[in-house]
Design a protein around this ligand. Sequence first.
Ligand SMILES: Cc1ncc(COP(=O)(O)O)c(C=O)c1O
Length: 396
Amino acid sequence: MVPPVQHSVDSTHRLSLDPIATPERLLLGPGPSNAHPTVLQALSRSPIGHLDPLYIELMGEVQELLRYAWQTDNRLTIPMSGTGSAAMEATLANTVEPGDTVLVAVKGYFGLRLADMAGRYGARVVTIECPWGEAFSLNQIEEALASHKPTILAMVHAETSTGVCQPMEGIGDLCRQHDCLLLLDTVTSLGGVPLFLDDWKVDLAYSCSQKGLSCPPGLGPFTMGPRAEVKLAARSGKVPNWYLDVSLLNQYWGSDRVYHHTAPVNMNFGMREALRLLADEGLENAWARHRSNAERLWAGLERLGLELHVREDLRLPTLTTVRIPEGVDGKAFSRHLLDRHGIEVGGGLGALAGKVWRIGLMGYNSRPENVDLLLNLIETELPAFRSAAAAMAAVA
Ligand SMILES: Cc1ncc(COP(=O)(O)O)c(C=O)c1O
């Protein structure tokens, strides 16, 4: 008989830590945004079982409120367990089959991510691109649909990397004419910017919990319309991602309530509360609030002599890109805001790295007092971050 091996515990990785104590931050960057206090209360409730009848009732409420937030009647509307990228992946994993042509309209960083993901599911990916800070015209979309004949057109509604909101009128009709599904990223628009998924004839969409919904990161709302359901049902093979397979997930979220994975119940408590707050405020009021606070920010920044990166009619109310003035160390200033004032603003991504700051006013954080606080700090403390030459030029 082999003698039992004696194991002894190695304490190399045993840290001795104090209980967590995070600082209060005002998150005015690209996300996450601060969660609403009552959402935080909901998150900290004791978990209940994920098949408990009370939880099952809550699941139905979350689905119905998501339909309201998105303005859709889609049956398959589910908060995916995971962040926005998981829900993004779910839209592609369920509908792309090897050899399908996916046309991605890239106008920033997250369009590139869509193209990367579609390729991983075996799609023949074709892209059309426009400069970072601009949007696509209907003509550009129509030409690309006609010449590439894709099965899916994927695009980002609210491009968080550039601060552009893509006008959507007419795109869904073009997709129907070209027998193609329309897939839309609404990560930085849900809850903050007008969205009419059914009127716009969007077949697949996804979002996140941590921006316009005033919830922490952790859930990725997902929705699939009837035309996309037909494509899913006609697949020749299984969905190549077990965790995100909507036909399996719908056995839990639909009427069967069959276990798929252990739902993050507390995240869904938070989501229910976030969506309840949104319904209580009313979509039109929430959209108008985001718009008026963004306009207050835009006017204030321009008054201080700063230049906005996106022309007004394409500007996103939830995220503003403002150009870092010549001679200013943009990173040093945002670091100063964080260290001295506990305020986070974002830097540029990809083609805009080092060129812009990204200021988010999303969900609970879209409030005039936050705008005024930030404008005041920019006015009084930014001058110290200008190089001597830039300061002289500014005075001149
Ligand atoms: C437009 C857009 N799409 C997708 C994502 C990915 O979401 P997540 O980071 O929650 O995975 C983000 C994240 O900020 C985003 O802004």
